[in-house]
Structures are given as structure tokens and as C-alpha cells.
Design a protein around this ligand. Sequence first.
Ligand SMILES: [Zn+2]
Ligand SMILES: [Zn+2]
Length: 351
Amino acid sequence: MKAYQITKWGQPLEEREVPIPEPKGSEVLIKVTACGICHSDIHIWDGFFDLGGGRKVTLSERGLSLPFTMGHEPLGEVAALGPDAKGAKIGDKRVVYPWISCGECDVCQRNEELLCNDPITIGTRRDGGYAEYMIVPDAKYLVPYDGVDEGVAATAACSGITAYSALKKVNHLRADESLLIIGAGGVGLAGIGMAKAIVKAKIIVADIDPAKRAAALTAGADEVIDNAASDARKQLMGMTNGGPNGVVDFVGAPATTSFGFGVLAKGATMVVVGLFGGSMDLSISLLPMKMVNLLGSYVGTQQDLVELLQLIRDGKVTPVPLVKRQLSEAPIAIQELRDGKALGRFVLINY
Ligand SMILES: [Zn+2]
Ligand SMILES: [Zn+2]
């Protein structure tokens, strides 16, 4: 089969001919029919995440060896079952929940798998969906997506549940309160498109790009602001009662997180989701004085994926525009994403 692999960190993905993996034990072989290209794939491709102040975490020290096949938004058909596999049959069409944990440690036993220190996530630690076939460790990670477009379902597995899970952390906000969403790019736009289904508050979107602000209004934002404007803070105070009661930062850069933190109302909750990276100055005394909650959110649970697919089926989500490309174009498509040329979310298709 063909796999599109990282053979050198940051160098163009290579099309390689590799054997079709054979499912063992409870494993399931999936014939990949679609796989989203996530922005975080660019960091994986580079081989590191920026922690700010010159610090990095590299993927080789996290145990990832090359060649490696990315793709953590895969979807396809069950093609073969390991001898002990249960809960799936050949031909089943499923989206793969990729954020798989060890299943054995204390947090996994408590069903808090995302806190596991030893995850085996697909496409970031185990070979993923930039290939014709892939292995899933157990059929229990396969989720039906009937009634949902395959591209939308694939991207739900990462960008979709990343946005969904972050917004659930502010779903206590009331209708007379306000939520500031920062960043109307890929995951941010997905979040804006589902925000009304999760949060009752007024939705204000901040982005420095006028085209993205326009996209945010189309996706359901009540109001938009340019967070780079010199009077951005004043504009926001005019739209809210003493600042937003919730902020979800889908960028996670020093400028956006500082801006979001600086405008919080008393008692507000700020959720940082974006992995742009870097570091910032934080006025520590504002934490107690404003009694704010500062949270991080990373991807989402399998239950989040099931819930989100249902919201999509029910027509409660405005999907992000998708650009479908052939699997064989994976090396070009990811380069275009890095160069900022993607006009929508890339999904590789293979049929
Ligand atoms: Zn992702
Ligand atoms: Zn675990």
C-alpha cells in the first residue's frame, strides 16, 4: 500500500510503498477513505512544539521514530479483523477516535483518558491515516457517522471535538452574559459554527483578519472585533457588561492570550486551546482580584465525538468549508497549509 510519511523532520512527505499491516489480537484494519489534515500536523511534521522562551518539546524525545505516517482525523471501512476483534464487521463505515490512552493506569480506569501520561494516539504516536490502510487497536474506538458528510465527520475527530470540548467548559454562561472567541481560523471557525448549540451567551469573535471576521459572522457570531485595533478593549467593554464572562482562545499566541486575559470580567473563565505557542507576562494579582479561572483544553473525549456528530446530524452546526484533495496529494496539501494557502479545511480522500 502507499503511505505518505515523514522520513526527515520538516522535509516533504515521501510517498512510500509499505506492506498492508496485519491486524493482531483485538486490532482492526481500516481502509482509509478520508483523513483530515490538521494544523497541528505541521508541528508534528517539524518534530517539535514551541513552549516559549526558546524551550521546545521534541517528538523524538517523546519516543516517535521515523518514518512515521501522520493523520489523526481518519475515517474509512473495516477491511479486516484481528482474531480477537469484537464489535465490528467487514465493510462497516466508521470514523476513528484517535485520542487513545493506555487504558490501564489510574486516570484511564477513572475514565479520564485524556489525562493519561502514556497515550497511544493515532497519527501522533502511532501511524495514522495518510495511507491507504491503518490499524486501530480495538473496534471500540470506531464511531458511526451515518448521515454526516465523510469530510465533516473526519475533521470532527480532532478540530471538531477540540472546539466542542473547549466550548463545553463555558457552557454555564447565561443568555445575558457574553463569550469572546479569539481566532476564526480552522478550529476557531469550527467552534463559532457550533457555539450557539452549546453556549447560551452572546458570541463575540475577535480576529485581526477582516476576511475571517466576515466568515465568523456567516458562521453565527453575534458581533466581531479586530483585536489589533487600538481601541479593541474599549469596543469590547461597550458590547459586554464589564468584559466577557468567558473567553476561548483558539490561537494561543502571546498577543491573543494576553488580550483575552486582560479583558476578562470578574469571575470569568478563560480557556486556552490554540497551540501557536510562546509565553507571556501574567499579572498574578489579577487572578485573585478578579477571581478568574484559567483553563487549558486539549482535544476531546470519544463521548464528545459522539455528541458532536449528533449535533451535526440534527443540523445545529455550521460546518467549516472543506477542500477535498486526493490522498496522493498529501505532500502538496500539507505544504499549502503551511504556506497559508488553504481556503478551508483540507481533507484527503481515497476512492
Ligand atoms: Zn488535530
Ligand atoms: Zn492511561
